[in-house]
Design a protein around this ligand. Structure first.
Ligand SMILES: *Cc1c(COP(=O)(O)O)cnc(C)c1O
Length: 453
């Protein structure tokens, strides 16, 4: 019997030499980013206190290809190219005629796709003489990616970690500290915004939106410090396209083209990283794909949010971006996929959704963990709860193919492993996980506080 090939690997020389910028292929220009005070389009000078010029340039670039500096490619080589797998055992368990492929980003030192941008951001900051980076983290995945990248390029990293996670998930904090980062629970007494929140709500559990406000304030008030964001922004999505560029080559090695491409969406970066190179083919009229963004029912910005200008943070310090939002005041329920608990969505993902180039689906926590456990028991990798959202819909697509008696080639992004999320799996196995219904009233209240532009 022939041995089935399950793993498609590329040589180090095949690490992409340029990131793919989807803006070059959009039929319309992306809406401008607005100044939070004046409501006018921001210029590079407005952003200079927060980001190095190289990243500001990438944020507004219309060039299709942006060269990846050699030191960044060398750091990528610690874990890239990442493998693409054919999920033969999952297919067999589902008894489906579908072919399921997944790109595995959990091979990075931090265990997720996030170092793809953390490395690039640390490099460009270092190159412009920045000494220190400030950032926020929810469950700790972004913080550990930036702490790792800071260690590689010799930058100090300060992480504002959402209070509930800081208290409940010590291992990610310890990982960040092991890489040399300083970690404080947010809201913290080290910023004006943090002190203001603590004065009003001493026992505040914090939120990603609050932690962003603290990190932005830190960077804006110190000359030696810049701010670093792990998702949402154009340059972050750009850096993640190494995922899809590699996957295109690996699908060619497998001799197949995907019919449907799936990723989970918190701020939209791992999804964009996988799908943008394929969506580019679609926008240029070279190929057609169904592309599905999967989000949690507890934070359904793409499926239930409003496409409008909003702040990226709770403290209303960030520029205004046009995106699908549930309102900057919206604090999602404490689902275990911490990386998906965000009120907004990347503007580029929102624009593609608005124009019908991609679809979106929202899924509940329990069926998501069921799919995650089925995946672990067939493919061997325990997925991050975020990534399990993509698996849920990949499995649903494979079951639909079976019901229709048709072949379907499915590709999804396995954005990270779940080794730091085992307490969530423990709850799932004990049957005590809850599903949160769509919080209609909370969203309505948060939408009422949208800025008027
Ligand atoms: C942070 C994270 C996400 C969500 O962020 P995106 O920017 O939407 O990709 C998804 N999966 C994993 C493993 C993460 O760490």
């Amino acid at each position: 019997m022939a041995i089935k090939q399950t793993k498609f690997t590329l040589d180090e020389a095949r690490i992409p030499r340029a990131w793919y910028n989807i803006v070059a292929d959009l039929p319309v220009a992306p809406p401008p980013v607005l100044h939070p005070g004046t409501g006018q389009p921001v210029g590079p000078d407005d952003l200079a206190p927060l980001f190095p010029m190289a990243l500001i340039g990438q944020e507004v670039s219309g060039e299709r290809e942006i060269e990846i500096p050699e030191p960044v490619r060398q750091a990528y080589a610690l874990y890239r190219p990442s493998p693409l797998f054919r999920a033969h055992r999952l297919e067999a368990a589902l008894d489906t005629p579908a072919h399921i492929y997944y790109k595995y980003e959990g091979v990075s030192p931090a265990g997720s796709h996030k170092p793809n941008t953390a490395i690039a951001q640390a490099f460009f900051n270092k190159q412009e003489g920045v000494r220190r980076l400030a950032t926020e983290t929810g469950a700790g995945q972004w913080g550990s990616a930036l702490a790792f990248a800071g260690a590689l390029f010799g930058l100090e990293v300060k992480v504002y970690m959402v209070r509930v996670s800081y208290d409940q998930k010590p291992y990610r904090r310890i990982l960040m500290e092991t890489y040399g980062a300083e970690v404080v629970p947010s809201p913290s007494p080290t910023t004006n915004y943090g002190r203001q929140v603590l004065a009003e709500t001493p026992d505040s559990p914090g939120s990603l939106g609050m932690a962003i406000s603290e990190a932005v304030e830190d960077a804006a008030t110190r000359d030696d410090t810049r701010y670093s964001l792990g998702s949402v922004l154009n340059h972050v999505l750009l850096h993640q396209t190494v995922i899809g560029l590699e996957a295109q080559e690996q699908m060619a090695m497998a001799g197949e083209r995907p019919d449907v491409i799936i990723g989970c969406t918190g701020g939209g970066s791992n999804f964009s990283g996988l799908v943008f190179p394929f969506v580019g083919e679609k926008l240029r009229g070279e190929a057609d794909y169904r592309v599905i963004a999967v989000e949690p029912e507890a934070a359904p910005s793409l499926t239930r949010g409003v496409y409008t200008y909003d702040f990226g943070d709770t403290g209303r310090m960030t520029p205004l971006v046009k995106m699908h939002t549930l309102g900057h005041d919206f604090v999602p329920e404490p689902i275990h996929a911490g990386g998906l608990r965000y009120h907004g969505m990347a503007p580029l993902v929102s624009l593609l959704k608005e124009r019908g180039a991609i679809e979106a689906q929202a899924v509940h926590q329990r069926p998501t963990f069921e799919a995650g456990v089925q995946f672990a028991r067939t493919e061997g990798i325990v997925p991050a709860p975020e990534a399990a959202h993509a698996i849920r819909v990949a499995v649903d697509e494979a079951l639909a193919a079976k019901a229709e008696g048709r072949r379907r080639v499915i590709l999804f992004n396995l954005s990270g492993h779940g080794h730091f999320d085992l307490s969530a799996y423990e709850r799932h196995l004990a049957g005590t996980l809850e599903d949160y219904e769509y919080p209609a009233e909370k969203v309505a209240a948060a939408l009422a506080a949208l800025p008027r532009v």
